[in-house]
Design a protein around this ligand. Structure first.
Ligand code: PHE
Length: 469
């Protein structure tokens, strides 16, 4: 797939149109890849624990509103910028700014995206590494032996603490994960990304269904969990929770990092951006809610803390795995698929930077992927060390891992989302946008345009500024 050449031709409307690059083979391929990007640690690891920390149902409602009112329209905007520009996030934004006769400073948006993606992947890979470590642990029967010790929750807590304390293991797992990410991305769009998601996505859904069924049928606490997730108690909602919900809506839909722009740049012209984006958002939301329904019954059945933080998935589910029939196998599979879900996301996070390098310097994709992935791997080591050797090094009261998480999810992603909305709503010409969306002047289009010009920027700005103050 040596399709690194981007030839510029002149389209009918006199605008420059990039051609000769790789494309997704079908609408389905794009949807799988974008859903693969969206569904990841954010859904299975992060969503349940932030719901737990932020009081349940009321937070879920705010989160759903953020997805529908702000996330989805911004996803459409990103995809449309990517497909219209036909280049990396940086190249696309620049090209479109030039076409619209606007300042080249808009390039900054592309740079925020690519830098954010770079930073996210460095710590994302460390968490994915935890999942890999649990696969190995599961194979050695650790869930069952924890249950046999009489205090499964206690034993698993100790295990998790030991893993976090062991820099060597964390770095080894992070290395394995980055190597897999690099291996896939270096193969290109069709032979790499697309083939990977076609294999991995169906398996993920099946496994999640099994886990929900297990929770529903065996814990006896399903209703309680459903109430926790869906019955809102607005007194439990803090102002900060709104920011967290918005930040997470961006994170879980893979927004603000140029991922959807990069994926959009490979999207064939005939595919409807609105329909594909809706499918992806719905899939992502369903998976997050299912993950909650798999995890919280177990939390309640074992009197574990809902607000257990980042360790929730690694501390709670293994308790159940230890107690169920064949639990070591199911547990091992669960963490395998968690790692796989992370992998279908991590490849999308690496793509924007690789796409940019390819367009800027040319050369072999495999080499560029290795250079870029290698740099991310190095930064990731610092994140791994922030759990042990460097745990005392803190900035603003956060270790490096938490700092990167906060910076990317709560500052860079919203900032980038704000700029994306302004760019698609105010900078790009109305004709270009309408042509790309192909929705005519329908109600859907007008709704989208209103949201992207007013609701999304104001919403994101208010939450963002409120938080900074
Ligand atoms: N959406 C992914 C998840 O939920 C994470 C991600 C964030 C991927 C940003 C790409 C860009 O795990």
């Amino acid at each position: 797939m040596a399709n690194s050449v981007v030839s510029i031709t002149v389209g009918q409307s006199g605008e420059h149109v990039a051609t000769g690059r790789e494309h997704w083979s079908s609408r389905m391929a794009f949807v799988l890849a974008a859903a693969g990007s969206a569904v990841g640690l954010g859904n299975v690891w992060k969503f349940p624990y932030i719901v737990g920390e932020n009081g349940g149902g009321a937070f879920v409602i705010v989160y759903l509103a953020c997805i529908a009112l702000i996330g989805l329209p911004i996803m459409m905007a990103e995809v449309l910028i990517g497909r219209r520009g036909g280049m990396s996030p940086i190249g696309s934004v620049r090209t479109l700014a030039v076409r619209a006769g606007r300042s080249l400073n808009w390039q900054a948006l592309g740079w925020i995206c690519v830098t954010g993606a770079f930073l996210i992947l460095s710590f994302y890979s460390v968490v994915a590494g935890w999942a890999i470590i649990y696969v190995v642990q599961g194979l050695s029967g650790v869930f069952t032996s924890a249950a046999q010790s009489g205090d499964a929750a206690g034993a698993l807590k100790t295990l998790f603490a030991e893993i976090l304390g062991d820099a060597g293991i964390l770095i080894a797992a992070h290395t394995v994960f980055m190597a897999a990410t690099i291996a896939i991305v270096s193969q290109g769009i069709e032979a790499g990304l697309e083939r990977a998601v076609r294999i991995m996505m169906p398996g993920l859904l099946v496994l999640l269904a099994i886990l929900v069924a297990y929770s529903a049928l065996t814990t006896g606490r399903f209703t309680e969990a459903a109430a926790f997730l869906f019955a809102p108690d607005f007194s439990a909602l803090s102002a900060e929770a709104v920011l967290v919900a918005l930040g997470h809506a961006f994170f879980t839909l893979s927004l603000g990092m140029g991922v959807m722009m990069a994926y959009g740049s490979y999207l064939p012209r005939h595919v409807s951006i609105a329909r594909a984006s809706i499918t992806v958002s719905v899939l992502d939301t369903v998976v997050a809610l299912l993950a909650g329904l798999a995890i919280f019954p177990i939390v309640f059945a074992h009197s574990l803390e809902t607000a257990a933080g980042p360790g929730l998935v690694f501390l709670t589910l293994p308790v159940a795995f230890g107690e169920m029939q064949g639990g070591n196998l199911i547990g091992t599979l669960f963490f395998l698929f968690l790692a796989v879900a992370a992998l279908t996301s991590s490849i999308s996070v690496l793509e924007p930077a690789v796409e940019y390098l390819q367009e800027r310097f040319g050369g072999r994709r495999s080499v560029l992927t290795l250079i870029c992935g290698g740099a991310i791997w190095l930064v990731g080591i610092a994140s791994a060390l922030s759990f042990n050797a460097w745990s005392e090094i803190k900035l603003f009261g956060k270790n490096l891992f938490d700092l990167l998480d906060y910076l990317t999810a709560n500052i860079m992603a919203p900032l980038s989302g704000l700029l994306v909305a302004l760019f698609a709503g105010w900078v790009m010409s109305k004709t270009a946008v309408m042509d790309e969306l192909g929705m005519g002047n329908s109600v859907g289009y007008r709704l989208w345009r209103f949201v992207i010009r007013y609701i999304a920027p104001v919403g994101v700005a208010v939450v963002f500024v409120y938080n900074l103050l």
